[in-house]
Design a protein around this ligand. Structure first.
Ligand code: DON
Length: 309
């Protein structure tokens, strides 16, 4: 399946591209420093299988925090809503994604939601499998199903680079281990989590994931249900309330669609019942969201009335 390059989308993309100069690529994961801050690409995937693109959509990115939506869906399928939300909360934090603050303030240190790093680590902890490898293969297989692309794998370089520098994420894990939110070996969990974050794909793949969420869990071309509708809806709720971290309120006001960002510069969006969108622009704003990617989504939402609100 391929994507048609679109004049109309390209015009908006070129306009949004000006904003790349106001952002910077993530550097706390050393391997991400190699990204070109001026890159911007986007793909829009519709339920009838048509796809529009602009920019170099061959560019690969790692999922990073976008993976948090997928592991949440898997953990909910594995353990059910009650067990998952026994360990993580439903509420936005207003804090940066790697903040440890609320873990220290709340006793027991239950993370406030599954989209911040602490919550995502607790969620990955709940994914079933006999060992790290099997659990990772289940996550990867889910990505293959959602994208229809079984070639997707992970970047060993990015996974290793993050594993070697995950000092804050390890700290979050130890806080949670103290209170029994996490019971497994922290090194093993960090190994699994850094691999899930390093799964590598392009914005066409992201748009295909988006459309499955937009269609409440059904892959529209095959009609196959990949996740239960109530789980897809729950994931979209978190995308709206926490998907863009402590910029989620502004994003909901200006764009108004469920979306999830990652520090690689990816954004996966789902316009309910209409389309999925994938954006890649590695220059980030100070909250860790793609600066030009968010601008592009703002322009698209305004032009095509995408907002749910
Ligand atoms: O855990 C981390 O810090 C990264 N692997 C993912 C963080 C992330 O993508 C935050 N997004 N904006």
């Amino acid at each position: 399946m391929s994507c048609q390059s679109s004049e109309e989308l390209n015009e908006l993309l070129l306009e949004a591209k000006h904003y790349t100069k106001y952002g910077t690529v993530a550097d706390y994961i050393p391997a991400l420093k190699k990204a070109n801050p001026h890159d911007l690409s986007a793909a829009i995937y519709y339920p009838d299988g048509t796809c529009l693109s602009a920019g170099d959509i061959q560019q690969k990115m790692t999922l990073q925090s976008i993976s948090k939506v997928l592991t949440l869906a898997l953990a909910l399928m594995d353990c059910g809503e009650e067990s998952v939300f026994h360990k993580v909360g439903y509420e936005p934090t207003g804090d940066p994604f790697h903040s440890i603050l609320k873990l220290e303030l709340n006793n027991p240190s239950k993370p406030l939601n599954p989209m911040i790093n602490a919550g995502a680590l607790a969620v990955t902890h709940m994914i079933k499998g006999k060992n790290i490898e099997e659990r990772f293969q289940r996550i990867l297989h889910f990505v293959h199903e959602l994208t229809g692309n079984s070639k997707i794998t992970y970047s060993q370089e990015v996974a290793k680079s993050e594993f070697e520098t995950s000092f804050i994420n390890r700290s979050l894990c130890y806080y949670m281990k103290q209170d029994g939110i996490i019971t497994e070996d922290v090194e093993e969990l960090i190994c699994l989590y850094t691999k899930q974050c390093a799964i590598e794909l392009d914005c066409f793949d992201l748009a295909r994931i988006g459309v499955v969420f937009a269609m409440d869990g059904v892959e529209p071309m095959t009609g196959k249900r990949l996740l239960p509708a109530d789980i897809a809806r729950l994931c979209k709720t978190f995308m709206v309330t926490c998907g863009m971290y402590n910029a989620s309120g502004e994003f909901a006001s200006k764009v108004g669609i469920p979306a999830k960002s990652g520090v690689s510069g990816g954004i996966m969006g789902a316009v309910p019942n209409r389309l999925g969108i994938g954006v890649f622009g590695p220059a980030l704003d100070h909250k860790g969201n793609s600066i030009a990617g968010v601008k592009l989504l703002e322009m698209l939402s305004k032009k095509y009335s995408w907002s749910m609100f």
